[in-house]
Design a protein around this ligand. Structure first.
Ligand code: UN1
Length: 508
């Protein structure tokens, strides 16, 4: 058991061995897995998965809980979310430490992730009084036409390891105020943080006298527990964050039963660096975008498209920063880049680098395995490429940054858009005509397009998600809540007689 930060485990209620299922009571008698920290490969705790039978009972309880939760007035549901946010504030440090221990991001990023959770709770509390419908003028006399929004049902939330707690909160805070209940299947790589969050929600729901099954949990493999979520008609909406192939699978299964889905899949973030850019800003944005979370964000900067006039000097400055990168134990405040999530991720990165070389790219720096314990540390890599090589079009979930150059902005935008993913993009320029073109219909085709700030680190207030193979889903702020509710159009006749729409007459 890891000694440093052990307190975080304890204060969040993580035992040496933990059942992986919750719907009012904790269950889990399936396969036991040991969770090892990528920091040094040592065991943190173990978790027992839920069996298919236990899953069925969990989903049954979560669905039952919806029957009463949907009838609670939305602002009252907001009070519960407010209390969850307060509990997260109290546990911010411990939860961030657990995120760092379990998946290896730096503590400062762990704290940022928990802050995202708090922010979305605050957003959702306000939203609980703003689930607005519309009224429209009716074409008939003394009729009212309106839309209203009702709770949808159980939301199945399937999350990835890289934001092990924030993505649950984006979905859960919104789903709860919308009157839905939540069944969470976290990544098998990060079950402990999921147990910790579920315990926080359980405590709050019990304090309010609500059914704690409103926030349920089922830990298990995607191929069994995930697919039970995808195929069960009791799950009204599946919100899935993961890879493009994973999303294709989930989307197909959910669509086949006419369920709803929100897909947040792969990204391939690019930053265009104009010859009219502030290069200090460009460097900072790209550096954090590329090495933050060790290149394991869906919003990670994976490609930079640099104007040829400034490319040589910019390349040198970037390489200089990369040379100085402090890599090591992410609990150390001086360390910028921690380990990758596991040794498999390191192998994937090394294989991608070999492919880059084979396809004609040139490795400028990085891609060396470091001899730290656990085997998950590697230096971040920059590869110079002539354009979107086949490997560049793939999302390698690791710190590999592709460096390419351009001559005209149209050419740069074509390179930026020339991949199958469409999540996040940015331009660094002080020229308004350039930034406006980038934001116009002729510009970036991504769900996120930023100016003079990087591809990652989106705020919760905007809707988060992307186009093309990123899946088209939107989570978090703005009007993303509408996906978590059922829209109902209503015509109300107060005329005392029947008048048909479209001018149809009915002689009787
Ligand atoms: C993800 O990588 O799945 O914009 C989410 C960002 C974070 C969320 C990333 N707010 O980088």
């Amino acid at each position: 058991m890891v000694k440093v930060m052990e307190q975080a485990l304890e204060s969040l209620g993580i035992a040496e061995s933990n059942p992986g299922g919750f719907a009012g009571t904790w269950t889990g008698s399936g396969k036991e897995q040991t969770v090892n920290s990528p920091i040094h490969g040592e065991a943190l705790a173990s978790v027992t998965n839920v069996t298919p039978q236990e899953f069925d009972a969990i989903l049954g309880r979560c669905h039952e809980a919806w029957a009463t939760w949907k009838l609670v007035p939305a602002p009252k549901r907001g009070e519960v979310v407010k209390a969850i946010g307060d509990e997260l504030r109290r546990n911010k440090q411990a939860l961030a430490e657990l995120v760092t221990l379990e998946m290896g991001k730096s503590l400062r990023e762990g704290l940022g992730e928990v802050q995202e959770m708090i922010d979305i709770c605050d957003f959702a509390v306000g939203l609980s009084r703003q689930l607005y419908g519309l009224t429209m003028p009716s074409e008939r006399k003394q009729h009212r036409l309106q839309e209203q929004w009702h709770p949808l049902g159980v939301v199945g939330v399937i999350t990835a390891f890289n934001f092990p707690v924030a993505v649950w909160s984006w979905n859960t805070a919104i789903a709860l105020v919308c009157g839905d209940t939540v069944l969470w299947k976290p990544s098998s790589k990060t079950p402990l943080t999921a147990i910790a969050c579920t315990k926080i929600a359980e405590r709050v729901l019990r304090d309010f006298g609500f059914d704690p099954a409103i926030c349920s949990l089922a830990i298990g493999r995607g191929s069994d527990i995930g697919d039970l979520i995808n195929t069960d008609p009791r799950v009204a909406l599946v919100s899935y964050t993961g890879s493009v192939p994973g999303g294709r699978h989930v989307g197909g299964l959910v669509q086949a039963r006419f369920g709803r889905h929100i897909l947040e899949l792969g990204g391939n973030g690019a930053v265009i660096v104009s010859d009219k850019a502030d290069l200090d800003i460009a460097l900072r944005c790209i550096y954090f975008g590329a090495i933050g979370t060790s290149g394991q964000r869906c919003t990670t900067t994976r490609r930079i498209i640099v104007h040829e006039a400034i490319a040589p000097a910019f390349r040198e400055r970037l390489l200089d920063l990369y040379r100085k990168t402090s890599i090591g134990d992410p609990r150390d405040p001086k360390v910028l880049m921690g380990p990758l999530v596991d040794t498999g991720a390191v192998e994937t990165m090394l294989a991608a680098i070999e492919t880059v070389k084979r396809e004609g790219g040139k490795i400028l720096i990085g891609g060396e395995k470091l001899p730290h314990p656990g085997g998950c540390y590697i230096t971040p890599c920059i590869a110079e490429v002539p354009g979107n090589l086949p490997i560049v079009k793939e999302e390698t979930f690791a710190p590999v940054l592709y460096f390419m150059t351009y001559r005209t902005l149209e050419e740069a935008i074509a390179l930026q858009n020339g991949v199958t993913q469409g999540l996040s993009s940015a331009i660094i320029t002080n020229d308004q005509r350039e930034s406006e073109l980038f934001l116009s219909a002729a510009g970036s085709d991504c769900g996120i397009a930023n100016v003079n700030t990087g591809t990652s680190g989106a705020e919760i207030g905007g809707a988060f998600g992307g186009e093309k193979e990123t899946g088209g889903g939107r989570e978090s702020g703005s009007d993303a809540w509408k996906a978590y509710m059922r829209r109902q159009t209503t015509a109300i006749n107060f005329s005392g007689k029947v008048e048909l729409a479209q001018g149809i007459t009915l002689e009787m």
